[in-house]
Ligand binder design. Sequence first.
Ligand SMILES: Cc1ncc(COP(=O)(O)O)c(C=O)c1O
Length: 324
Amino acid sequence: MEMYENILETLGNTPLVKLGRFHSGPATLAGKVEYFNPGGSVKDRIGIAMIEDAEKAGLLKPGGTIVEPTSGNTGVGLAMAANLRGYRLICACPDKIPKEKVALLEAMGATVLPCPTNVEADDPRSYYKVAERIRDEEGAFLPNQYRNQGNPEAHYRTTGPEIWRQTDGKVTHWVVGVGTGGTISGVAKYLKERNPRVHVAGVDTVGSIYAYYHEHRELPPAEQIHQYLIDGIGEDFMPSTVWWDYIDEIVTIDDKTAYRATLELARRESVFTGSSGGAAAAGARQVAQRLGADGLVVTLFPDSGERYLSKLNKDWMGEKGLLD
Ligand SMILES: Cc1ncc(COP(=O)(O)O)c(C=O)c1O
């Protein structure tokens, strides 16, 4: 019989799709479409990986509680694994996440705690600190995708080899958004081990720290760190899941460029991804434009635009000045 034991067995091996309308030559641009994963995002890969690591390390006992600070997708990945393995999940979320994501987490059985976004990461009200308090008060397991090396390692084990195989080892550039840095880092390590000439560029937002850090090896002055409208990438602190040794360049993309690229991908390629996918594509296209015919640039679309329909519409984008 052709039947999976459970939905998580369908994880990974997502399609790599050429983006010949979004970027027309001479270099080739292709995107790995992660909304084909069973929970609809790239984070399904790390949810199960971090839970399995914790089980092996004895950090998670049968019937235990998991708490995670997450903007949503990691919560869904964790919820899938938690449901199948009998754990309870609490997600501390920034309050700017779209209501679709809250509904999705709750539908999956998770408890959602919205936390203010306009406070410092070390403020007790921040979603990071709220998750730590629940860990301490309830003895819950906190996977912490910002520190858990199982996050980049999951991409080293799965996403990286998939890209190498799907391009017959011909990938020349890996260009992708940086949130926790798990995706860029694990894939970059794998690809550079296979071919040290693979160039790795991270895509950052205006208002985040990564571009400045890459240039100066220190965090930017506080006044340069501010909020932005792209979901899921950029940070205001340095996670230890960013493996800087494997990152050659950071490309900065502003909100308008990212949202416009998101709609352009939907309308020209029929690939409907979230704004972090739009930002990644815009950054990858900038890199591809510098290259000749043997350039093969791979980017990645972390999730679907359907997760953000309350933002990806004329009214919201118009109100935020993202349209002409
Ligand atoms: C929508 C979205 N895009 C991109 C990312 C970035 O991926 P990573 O955390 O692996 O850098 C995330 C996760 O943080 C995300 O939720």
